[in-house]
Design a protein around this ligand. Structure first.
Ligand SMILES: Nc1ncnc2c1ncn2[C@@H]1O[C@H](COP(=O)(O)OP(=O)(O)OP(=O)(O)O)[C@@H](O)[C@H]1O
Ligand SMILES: [Mg+2]
Length: 261
């Protein structure tokens, strides 16, 4: 379970950032009072347009950056209190993660397994299982630089899962993947959910969220706009699908408060 309570993250902007963001403000409020609970056995989706605060939220949960205020508990452990322990329980997949192109998939997963303190035997068993599951086995001794984009993504997923975490956090997991590779990723997330794990993903692809997520939270400008099941949000907005519901909420943004359906 992941509990996010009144999370706020403010970034100090450098002169370069201020220019890039076209602002005179010295600070950027990326996440502003966000609260939600992601339960075990569920896939929870953070939805929102570019710059909404999805990655920032996931980075705070994953202990990569510190919240400015508010708190987050992962499996009952506060990230501010014991980030080391939280790290053992989670995996965080992000496209900012770059695998070393000179190494082989086999070496890479073994390296990460050792970082997690796993024994040789445990690493070997898990490597076989994950590489088979994601079709990496035939490529395990090639240089990563020679692999296709989809294979690299599947390898990143396998590597991130080496320690069999209870909580799976994937930032835009199907971004840039063809539909076959994307399906192998979403099928795996469904399996993880059925195994009782807590899965949190971020996406701006509404039909991925609609098919995959048990619950979604739509974030606009760092704030929770609406939270509920995809069906509940469609019902509440009177729309046929999540994409139409999202457009409606996006354009009325600024007039309504937080809703929970
Ligand atoms: N390290 C940082 N320093 C300054 N501003 C930042 C930093 N990281 C994120 N931001 C800003 O915070 C806001 C939220 O960014 P974030 O990456 O969380 O959005 P996102 O919802 O993941 O967007 P996308 O869909 O583009 O991935 C953006 O305006 C971004 O420019
Ligand atoms: Mg992002």
């Amino acid at each position: 379970m992941v509990e996010v309570n009144n999370l706020k993250k403010v970034f100090k902007l450098s002169k370069k950032d201020m220019k890039k963001e076209k602002t005179k403000q010295r600070e950027k409020v990326a996440v502003d009072g966000l609260s939600f609970v992601a339960e075990p056995g569920q896939i929870f989706g953070l939805l929102g347009p570019n710059g909404a605060g999805k990655t920032t939220t996931l980075r705070c949960i994953s202990t990569l950056i510190k919240p400015s205020s508010g708190d987050i508990a992962v499996e009952g452990i506060k990230v501010s209190y014991d980030p080391e322990e939280v790290r053992k329980k989670i995996c965080f997949l992000t496209n900012e993660l770059k695998l070393d192109t000179h190494f082989t998939p086999s070496y890479t997963i073994e390296y990460f397994g050792r970082l997690h303190g796993m024994t040789k035997g445990e690493i070997f068993k898990r490597k076989e299982e994950l590489f088979k599951r994601f079709g990496v086995t035939d490529f395990e001794n090639m240089a990563i630089g020679e692999l296709s984009t989809g294979m690299k993504q599947k390898l990143s997923i396998a590597v991130s899962l080496v320690h069999d975490p209870r909580v799976i956090i994937f930032d835009e997991p199907t971004n840039g993947l063809d539909i076959i590779t994307a399906k192998s990723v979403t099928d795996y997330l469904l399996e993880m959910k059925d195994m009782g794990k807590t899965v949190i993903i971020s996406t701006h692809i509404m039909n991925v969220a609609e098919k995959l997520c048990d619950k979604v939270a739509i974030i606009l400008d760092g704030k929770l706009n609406i939270e509920g099941t995809p069906e509940g949000i469609c019902r509440q907005t009177g729309e046929q699908n999540l994409e139409e519901a999202f457009y409606k909420l996006y354009f009325k943004h600024g007039f309504g408060g937080v809703e929970n359906v």
